[in-house]
Design a protein around this ligand. Structure first.
Ligand code: EPS
Length: 400
């Protein structure tokens, strides 16, 4: 079983992630993880903190001689801002921001200062997830599975990407966006940047929509047999666990809800090489909680960041008086950066599902099992046309 934990406060010394159940024998160097760390940091709309941090991952356990050992992998990321907080008297913060974990965290844990909640609830933690995700992507690449993302809306500014623009082209265009929005459409990107700029001028924050897509995932991951084995539900859970993500759908789920069945379901056809494939992908890569082999498409809605330059009404928890929120520092729009975090969560959960499917402790064991997975060819299915009776207690055929 693959699992991971993170630890660390936003302004503490460092973030730590421990990854357990990762197979042995994968060559890994910190440089393999670095690209995503940098991608998560740079985007238009980021606040002053990203000017301070330069996230670098240290691999401090689980890799020996440049290869994973199968033991727990520890990844650490230093917080450069720690130097500005260490050994200082920190003024208490008792006015919770609507939208953050300030008040709910303080009620739950009985804090005397809401900073104790915000330090751990901060999206700084997502740097550790991206490190874990980069490790998982590195493994998935061995099996030609790719996870990417792009932005389709910032506030009310949205784009409809051409249906014939393939996902690889969308990823590449998002990466190349010079406006820092990670929108694949240059005109849309320029409008999104202008919208974020207007939002900053208005001393506010803005959310948006991002799409996370996985390509090359074999059919048969996840299962229909139990609620908690449905992989699409697990992906939705994982993506909604990202700070400020409040909703997610698989494929165009909400739009599908407005259409008739025959307009929605992806017709089954025999494709090249006799592989059963689909005429469309409105199911977003899943049927029955199991991967279909089509691209996995997760769309996520991110609310505006809850630290706003314009104050909002709150209560001073120390005095009981009505108060306005106090602004320290924050991002104005985190949607472009959240795409990289979404990729990490999807990569982690797909790695978990792949390892569940094939088992194995080392890359050498796993690789041939992944190659041997069924890919939806007719001859892989043992359909024998033999009648049978529904008799849980015994005989399965009716020839008695
Ligand atoms: C965050 C507040 C800001 C963000 C932070 C998330 O940090 P600070 O309070 O230091 O300005 O920059 O995100 C990160 C530090 C990061 O690495 O993404 C919050 O309150 O959630």
């Amino acid at each position: 079983m693959l699992r991971f934990l993170t630890a660390g406060e936003s302004h503490g010394p460092e973030l730590t992630a421990i990854v357990e159940g990762f197979p042995a024998g994968l060559p890994v160097s910190p440089d393999d993880l670095q690209a995503d760390m940098a991608r998560r940091q740079k985007a238009y709309g980021a606040g002053g903190r990203m000017g301070i941090e330069q996230d670098r991952v240290r691999v401090t356990a689980g890799v020996m001689g440049g290869q994973t050992t199968g033991g727990p992998i520890a990844l650490t990321i230093h917080n450069k801002d720690w130097a500005n907080w260490a050994e200082k008297d920190i003024p208490p913060l008792t006015i919770p921001r609507p939208g953050h974990a300030d008040l709910t965290g303080a009620i739950k844990y009985g804090y005397r200062d809401v900073r104790l909640a915000l330090e751990r609830a901060s999206a700084r933690e997502t740097a550790a997830r991206v490190a874990v995700g980069a490790l998982c992507k590195h493994l998935l690449r061995e099996f030609a599975i790719q996870v990417g993302s792009y932005v389709t809306a910032i506030g009310k500014v949205s784009v409809v990407l051409p249906a014939d623009m393939d996902y690889s082209a969308r990823f590449a265009a998002a990466e190349a966006d010079e406006h820092g929005t990670r929108c694949p459409d240059p005109d849309g990107a320029s409008r999104m940047k202008a919208h974020i700029y207007a939002c900053m001028q208005a001393r506010n924050t803005v959310g948006g929509i991002l799409e996370i897509v996985a390509l090359g995932v074999p059919p048969g991951l996840g299962s229909h047999v139990h609620w908690d084995r449905k992989l699409e539900a697990r992906l939705l859970w994982g993506v909604c666990s990202i700070p400020a993500i409040k909703g997610a759908e698989i494929g165009p789920a909400f739009e599908n809800a407005t259409r008739f069945g025959t307009e929605v379901h992806d017709e089954i056809i025999i494709g090249p090489g006799g592989v059963l494939t689909r005429a469309s992908n409105r199911a977003g890569g899943f049927e029955g909680g199991i991967t279909t082999g089509m691209p996995i498409v997760v769309r996520a809605a991110m609310k505006p960041i809850s630290t706003t330059l314009t104050p909002m009404r709150s209560v001073n928890l120390a005095t009981g008086e009505a108060a306005q929120t106090i602004y320290e520092r924050s991002d104005f729009c985190a949607v472009p950066r959240a795409g990289v975090v979404g990729e990490a969560m999807v990569a982690i959960l797909l790695t978990e599902a792949l390892l569940e499917k094939v088992g194995g402790d080392s890359l050498a064991e796993i690789a041939p099992r992944v190659q041997a997975l069924r890919h939806g060819r007719l001859e892989e299915l043992p359909m024998d046309h033999v009648p049978w009776r529904f008799r849980p207690e015994g005989q399965v055929t009716s020839d008695e």
